[in-house]
Design a binder for this molecule. Structure first.
Ligand code: ATP
Length: 326
């Protein structure tokens, strides 16, 4: 191959920029031309792309977000949209793609590459949710977790000063990965996760007294996707029963996506971008690059997508979080 392109798609995640930098520089180092596609598949369809040089990615290691911008693009779901995207790539002589995103991005990439097998694709797992099979960590998860911890530490100060009980909602519609890690790091009294049902009665029992009665402040972390009806609902129900605390709710929201990537995500993004281009040079396609046991491996996109439900929160972390919160 002589010309590749890179895009970021779906939800943005800190670490995407170090990954773009690695893709661009690894490609140029190996004598390939590289094009940056704007706004994910939208830019592919609308021909919004530009050739990149080694200096196009100067001073971006420390930036959150993505310099290529990202988007959700419904048109790419259609045959017509894919055909337009394909024609634009052909016109520009692009033979391969590195797509950085989550499972939706990979589903689109795999469909596209099956339809047009002359375009090779490699996926890089970029999502703060850490919910992809084939990589112990996804790009952005570490930074997002650190951002959440920083915010909760600040809330803990005020919770403690006033004997308050805080319900804090963190991101994770289907994944409790951030909630679980943050809960352990911040000493949450309880962690409500989409993967594990927690009865409100049990939560109330725990917060009412007994083992918790000597605590002056409490933090309960609720992942967005918890099935108990949302953080305000949960707080209302608890308020009726637990009277010895002043109860407050905080939704951390989009601040969780921003900020400079952590050292971990800068290195992970660089490693995955470097590995993605090397895989394309070797002729690989329809694969995801992932990190397992600190080794970069390839796993087929098919497998990464189909085995997604096999991705589980670690049992020892779940048990430990419970034990350490007494
Ligand atoms: P995150 O996990 O952060 O949400 P994601 O990559 O899963 O990231 P999605 O919005 O699900 O984000 O997908 C990104 C884009 O991938 C979609 O906007 C769409 O353009 C494309 N895509 C998703 N599913 C398909 C599909 N079945 N066919 C074609 N394209 C798809």
């Amino acid at each position: 191959i002589s010309k590749i392109a890179v895009l970021t798609s779906g939800g943005d995640a800190p670490g995407m920029n170090p990954c773009i930098r690695a893709v661009v520089r690894t490609a140029i180092f190996n004598g390939l031309e590289v094009t940056g596609i704007k706004q994910g598949y939208k830019g592919m369809i609308e021909d919004d792309m530009q050739d990149m040089q080694r200096r196009s990615v100067s001073n971006i290691l420390n930036l959150g977000g993505t310099i290529l911008k990202t988007a959700r693009c419904m048109e790419f779901h259609t045959d017509e949209g894919m055909e337009k995207a394909y024609q634009n790539l052909k016109k520009r002589g692009i033979q391969a793609l590195v797509v950085i995103g989550g499972d939706g991005t990979f589903t689109g990439a795999l469909r596209f590459s099956k339809k047009y097998p002359d375009i090779k694709v490699i996926g890089v797992p970029g999502t703060i949710d850490n919910d992809l099979y084939g990589s112990t960590y996804t790009l952005g998860f570490d930074t997002a977790t650190n951002t959440v911890i920083d915010a909760i530490d600040k809330i803990r100060d005020t919770a403690d000063a006033h004997d308050r009980l805080f319900f804090i909602e963190v991101m994770g519609r289907d994944s409790g990965a951030i909630a679980l890690r943050a809960g352990i790091c911040c000493g949450a009294e309880a962690i409500l996760l989409p993967e594990k049902e927690t009865a409100i009665e049990d939560l109330i029992k725990g917060l009412k007294g007994g083992e918790y009665d000597t605590k002056t402040s409490s933090i309960v972390i609720v992942a967005e996707g918890d099935k108990n009806g949302g953080v305000y609902d949960i707080a209302q129900k608890v308020k009726k029963e637990v009277t010895h605390y002043d109860i407050k709710v905080t939704i951390l929201g989009h601040l969780q996506r921003g900020g400079a990537p952590s050292a971990f995500d800068r290195i992970l993004g660089s490693r995955l971008g470097f590995a993605a281009v090397n895989a394309l040079i070797k002729g690989e396609s329809q694969q995801m690059v992932g990190l397992e046991a600190n080794v970069i491996r390839l796993v087929s996109l098919e497998k990464a997508l189909n085995q997604k439900d096999k991705f589980k929160l670690e049992d020892d972390l779940l048990e430990m979080a419970h034990v350490l919160s007494i």
